[in-house]
Design a protein around this ligand. Sequence first.
Ligand SMILES: Cc1cc2nc3c(=O)[nH]c(=O)nc-3n(C[C@H](O)[C@H](O)[C@H](O)COP(=O)(O)OP(=O)(O)OC[C@H]3O[C@@H](n4cnc5c(N)ncnc54)[C@H](O)[C@@H]3O)c2cc1C
Length: 282
Amino acid sequence: MKPITYLEPETVDEACEQLDRHGHDAVVLAGGQSLLQILKRRLVQADYVVDITAIDDLHELGKSDESFRIGAAVPYVDIVQHPVARSQIPGLAEAIETIGDHQIRCRGTFVGGIAHADPQGDPPIIATALDAEFHIASVDGTRTVSASEFYAGLFETDLNQGELITHVEVPLSEDNEISTYQSFTRRMGDYAIAAVALSTSLSNDETMTDPRVVVGAATHGPTRLSSVEDSLDDSVLTDDIIDEAAETARENVDATDDEVATAAYKSHLVGELTRDALESVR
Ligand SMILES: Cc1cc2nc3c(=O)[nH]c(=O)nc-3n(C[C@H](O)[C@H](O)[C@H](O)COP(=O)(O)OP(=O)(O)OC[C@H]3O[C@@H](n4cnc5c(N)ncnc54)[C@H](O)[C@@H]3O)c2cc1C
């Protein structure tokens, strides 16, 4: 492995200047749980790593107006221990608890998982279901992108050269809003073969409004299942509605074939995970 220059900026502006100055030769380092592997395998070549974990502003975690803010240097483990995440965004905590093992969750960051855009990664799927917004900085200023607009295919995102995601904002649930995350792995700690994230309003009589149903791991990236959302919107969560939604999910998901599982098997899993998600919120 050739020598790499390690840079440790203390402000977002300094990090953006370093990313701009070194262009394609620089990469952002957060928890390093994915980056070090891809550098070692030479899937990415870099002369400079810009470690963002010494930037105080990127450690912010907590309520900010009507949303929950997750800074780019916050490890997974801090998010699941946060009382607001646990009580008001249960799907977020459920998704994070499926990631790797405790060591990975102590070092890895949620925002790193967002930026890495692994189609089997859990953060992009739950972020899309929760309608999260990604805040991005560069030497040209700042901008905001919704999770739905950010992902563009296999490891493809809207992030440009020299840009840094500073934080993610997850809208905070109203009293009657609920979220859940269901995934299937062969062994505990493995990457998911299929996952379904759901967020919705649910009234006392179990009528769903504005559901967001997002499938991932089985597809080339987080994908909303609009046919399932349409079948659930303004519907009372009865056994028949749940059966119909599970079948619609199975039939409509555009699952991928790979060495781990066939598209048919993944489609079956997506149907069953959709059923699990709906049963878990009623
Ligand atoms: C054994 C093992 C098991 C795992 N299992 C799972 C799993 O089950 N589910 C899952 O989702 N993940 C899993 N992961 C991956 C883990 O979630 C990583 O932590 C995550 O993908 C990246 O977070 P990180 O902070 O380590 O980022 P890094 O590894 O530091 O960076 C990852 C990539 O994102 C870029 N990046 C990071 N932060 C930013 C930023 N703020 N702005 C712009 N670009 C940025 C980096 O340049 C790099 O390209 C696993 C990893 C390992 C090693």
